[in-house]
Structures are given as C-alpha cells and as structure tokens.
Ligand binder design. Sequence first.
Ligand SMILES: NC(=O)c1ccc[n+]([C@@H]2O[C@H](COP(=O)([O-])OP(=O)(O)OC[C@H]3O[C@@H](n4cnc5c(N)ncnc54)[C@H](OP(=O)(O)O)[C@@H]3O)[C@@H](O)[C@H]2O)c1
Length: 315
Amino acid sequence: MRALYINAYGGPEVMQIGELPAPEPKRGEVLIAIKASSINPVDWKVRGGEFKFITGRSFPKTLGSDFAGVVERAGAGVAVPAVGDRVYGITALMLRKPGAQAERLVAPLKRLRRMPDGMSFELAAALPVAGLTALNGLRQCGDLRGKTVLINGATGGVGHFAVQIAKARGATVTAVCSEPNAERARSLGAAVVIDYRKQDFTRGNVSYDVVFDVFGHLKFPAVAPVLKDRGAMVTTMPGPSLIARSVWQRVVGGKRIILGSMRDRPADYAELERLLADGSVKPVIDKVVPLAEAVPAYTALEAGGTVGKVVIRIA
Ligand SMILES: NC(=O)c1ccc[n+]([C@@H]2O[C@H](COP(=O)([O-])OP(=O)(O)OC[C@H]3O[C@@H](n4cnc5c(N)ncnc54)[C@H](OP(=O)(O)O)[C@@H]3O)[C@@H](O)[C@H]2O)c1
C-alpha cells in the first residue's frame, strides 16, 4: 500500500511516500480502505519525536490521526460495521497505533464512527481531532448563554470549530488570530477580533467568562487577571504545571483551569454531527491535496497562517 511514513524522527525532510506492507485486522479490528485524512499538529509532533518516550523507536511509522474510508474487511468477532460501510474516526498515533495517511489502516471498533449519509470523505476526515477537542473544551465550561468567550488561536483547526460552537451555544466570542485571518474570524461568528501580533489580550482591561487557549502556550497567572470571578481558562496543552494548578484551583475555588483534550465518545460525535446538520458549524477546509503532495502540505501548515483544516486525499 502507498503510505506517508518516517524511518527516523525529524523535520519535514524525514517524511517519505512509498510502498509498505498492508496491515491485517486482528480480532475486534477492522481493515479500512482510507479515502482521506486531515493533518493535525499531533502528526508533526509525533514525526518530530516530541513523544518518543511513548511512540518508541520502531520504524517505519506511518503518520496521520484523522481518517475517513470504507470498511474493506472485518477481523474475527466484528459484525458491525459491515464491509462497504463508510466510517471515520481517529487512530491513536501517540499510543503507537498505525497512522491514517496510508491506503489501508486497521483500527479497533471503539475508534470507528459510521459516517452520516451524504457527508464527503474529505469533510469527515477534517472533523474528529479538531472538532472533538473544541467540543470537549467548551462542554466542560457549562452553559455559555450570555457569556463572553475568548478563543486564542481562533482560525486554526481547533479554533475555527471552537468559535462556531461557542457562538452556537449563545456566547459572545472574541477571536485572537493573525491579522490576515481577521475577516475569516468575523465570518465564523466572532464579535471582536484581536491580532495577537499587535495586542496582548492578557494585558487588556476586558475580562471574560472563558479564555480557551487553543494555541496552548499561555500560563494561568497571565490569564487569571482577565478572567471574571468564576471564569475558566481552557487549554489544549495540559502540561504538568497546568495540571497541578488545575487541581489546586479546584481546592481553593474561584477561577478554574479546564484540561480541554480531545474526547471521542459516541455522544461527542453525535453532538458534532448535530451541530453540522443544523448549520451551526461549517467546517473550513483550506485545501485538499493528493497523497503525493502531503509533504509540502505539512510544511505549509507548520509554517502557520492556514485557516481551518488541510485534508490529504488518499484514494
Ligand atoms: N490535547 C489534545 O487532545 C489536543 C487536540 C487537538 C489539538 N491539540 C493542540 O492544540 C494546538 C492547536 O491545534 P490546531 O489543530 O488548532 O493547530 P493549528 O491548526 O496549527 O492552529 C493553530 C492556531 O494558533 C494560532 N497562533 C499562532 N501563534 C499564535 C499566538 N502567538 N497567539 C495566538 N494564536 C496563535 C494560529 O494562527 P495563525 O496561523 O494565523 O498564525 C492558528 O490559528 C496544537 O498545539 C495541538 O497539538 C491538542
């Protein structure tokens, strides 16, 4: 099968496209003919060896977390989904599972979701990691009606979902992004846009019910002064000090820290699909490229400036 893979950790130069043996489904797994996969930062972080204490030293490693495709064969003990069913989901790249940017992928049943009728493979592949992360971060903030929500990193993969979901839930949204993407942020539903290169919102005099740090580099002491009394900072990058601080904040009460990692329960997919179906969320696909152009697509995304998602068409 053709695949995007690496034989060593490193920058974009270690990525190769070539032939690898097709995998075989074991008991409880399904073999999927992959049609599309979108790129997420976790893919290039794994490629760079950022999690090598978990991802280990066995190569070749295929890349890609999000997938959409067709069930080609079911392993023993699998009755549903059936051969020919259109499915999408996430492969746990960080936990040494095979990547999705390949013509075939084996995945356990719990990682699969039937695609809604009429949804394209490209759209389905753009949803899981980014959409479910935005959903999970905001879900933990409770009722957002009448609240003020700031999204830091508002036009990227996770951020562009978060702006739309927060707006759909009744919040007034402030988007923090680079100036060229300001108009896009407004069209997603932001009432106020801040250019992070010109203005540091943590030093401003406006306070928010929620600051969702999608970009993931803010520290709680910097954000706390612009949170309202019972406000919450949500982060997509829960490092040890933020995790410890989140426990402490729960003990002392007041302002909260929410660890907004991705969650992929069936109810989460159902909620995301409902938001798409009723038009509250319109995913933005910046580009669809063939597998042969995956390496320049990664390089462009890593350089920043992209709006929404970039999808690789596999077949
Ligand atoms: N824990 C989890 O489960 C989980 C799940 C998904 C994602 N994540 C993490 O969340 C982060 C964002 O993911 P993503 O898919 O949204 O990435 P992305 O598509 O690359 O988007 C990143 C966004 O951050 C913006 N940005 C860059 N520099 C900034 C700054 N100094 N201040 C504010 N915003 C800035 C970018 O804007 P410009 O391009 O306009 O500069 C871009 O919109 C990544 O680190 C990813 O690994 C974690």
